[in-house]
Design a protein around this ligand. Structure first.
Ligand code: KG4
Ligand code: ZN
Length: 388
């Protein structure tokens, strides 16, 4: 099954084309193309993502990326083709420039040998999501291919179950129930997946998401956006230098008997601590990064361990941008091996941690297999779409 996927929920414009082959207990995904344009450099100037800027960039980049993806996958076959654009005019009424580029592109290639078109339709920034959704709807209508709408967090979760090597992703059927810790810029949640597409939200953050806390603390430390990798780098330097924190930050809700999180108090403690410092030296920056990362990791682990105990999950998966964090990965791997040796631990390879379209294509494969298709005439972007 050949799947084209579009991801524009936040600040990456990404397209992926995968060829999925399912055998008994595992699915092999051949990566035929996965071009991506990141807006990070642009958003860095503002210290965060501005939805209107994100949308403008998606509008500028999406057609060139589609063309590139098809060409890389050897699916672009130059040939003048006429389409009935009256079916899609409405989808692009507010994006005349994009529509011109889109029409020129789609009129210049033979209908590609694809089985499914898929797109992230939430959660995310509404203008950014709508852009990808409308392009996907138009492709589905004009190429007459079935459409699948994917929840971005489902993409993170399912991609985390796969193992990526060079140009293939291999996903073995997990032992259910699967416990997922989803940690990104907008989400922090523990989700129980008792079977394919059956989710239960066990707990989530009451305030800031983990990635958001990383980004905000990084800003206080005068580090560039996005802050997660920067804090991680400083904390790592501190650890290799043998530094032990001489102060401690709170571990919010760590002892509460539930699966919820809170990170805004931790962020505020960092802020008060920094206010009292005479100056923000490099040494203090490292120490704050180290202690902050330790606090976050301890809370994430304690809550996850409690959920593993109470659910008897057979698999633990971590997904979302923060799962790129080296310390979190190491602590989880070590603790699982020691305390839950019977649990299979899965964590996405570097390329699959932060936002990408491969994860959307992976999720689309499993949805398409169960005929969970969307109507291209009505699929909408849902900024608050939730898994359960
Ligand atoms: O999943 P993602 O790419 O986008 C969202 O869906 O939100 O996650 C982005 C978040 C940002 O907050 C970023 O700072 C964080 O992931 N992040 C990290 C690391 N790499 C990215 N946080 C901690 N350590 C990292 N190495
Ligand atoms: Zn994400």
């Amino acid at each position: 099954m050949k799947i084209l996927a579009i991801e524009t929920s936040c600040d990456e414009t990404a397209i992926a084309i995968l060829d999925a082959e399912h055998t008994d207990e595992r699915t092999h995904f051949a990566v035929l193309a996965d071009p991506l344009i990141s807006q990070i450099e642009l958003h860095r100037e503002y210290g965060g993502v501005f939805p209107s800027v994100a949308k403008r960039e998606h509008a500028k980049n999406i057609v060139p990326l589609l063309r590139e993806a098809l060409a890389t996958a050897s699916l672009f076959q130059e040939e003048p083709v006429t389409h009935d654009f009256s079916q899609t005019d409405e989808l692009f009424s507010r994006e005349p420039e994009l529509y011109e580029a889109f029409k020129e592109f789609i009129s210049s290639t033979r209908v590609p040998d694809l089985d499914v078109i898929s797109v992230t339709n939430g959660p995310g920034l509404p203008p950014a999501l709508w852009l990808g959704v409308n392009v996907a709807r138009a492709l589905s209508i004009l190429w007459e291919k079935p459409l699948v709408g994917i929840n971005h967090m489902e993409g993170h979760l399912l991609a985390g179950l796969g193992v990526i090597e060079e140009n293939t992703i291999s996903l073995a059927e997990p032992a259910f129930p699967v416990l997922a810790l989803l940690i990104s810029g907008g989400h922090t949640e523990l989700v129980l997946m008792s079977g394919w597409f059956t989710y239960e939200l066990l707990g989530q953050t009451k305030d800031d998401a983990v990635g958001e806390a990383f980004d905000k603390v990084a800003r206080m430390l005068e580090l560039p956006y996005p802050g997660g990798p920067e804090i991680s780098r400083l904390a790592e330097q501190a650890r290799t230098g043998g530094l032990a924190p001489s102060f401690s930050f709170p571990r919010p809700m760590i002892h509460e008997d539930n699966f919820d999180f809170s990170f805004s108090g931790l962020k505020t403690s960092v802020m008060y601590f920094l206010k009292k410092l005479p100056e923000l030296s490099e040494a203090y920056k490292q120490e704050v990064a180290l202690e902050f990362e330790n606090a976050v990791t301890e809370v994430l682990w304690k809550k996850t361990a409690r959920a593993l105990e109470s659910t008897g999950a057979g698999t633990l998966v971590i997904g979302g941008g923060v799962s790129a964090n080296k310390h979190i990965r190491e602590v989880f791997a070590k603790n699982i091996a020691e305390d839950f040796p019977e649990v299979s631990f899965r964590i996405p390879g570097a390329k699959l941690t932060t936002d990408n379209a491969l994860m959307i294509a992976i999720a689309a494969f499993y949805r398409a297999r169960k005929n969970l298709f969307a109507d291209p005439k009505t699929l909408s972007a849902e900024s608050n779409l939730s898994l359960a």
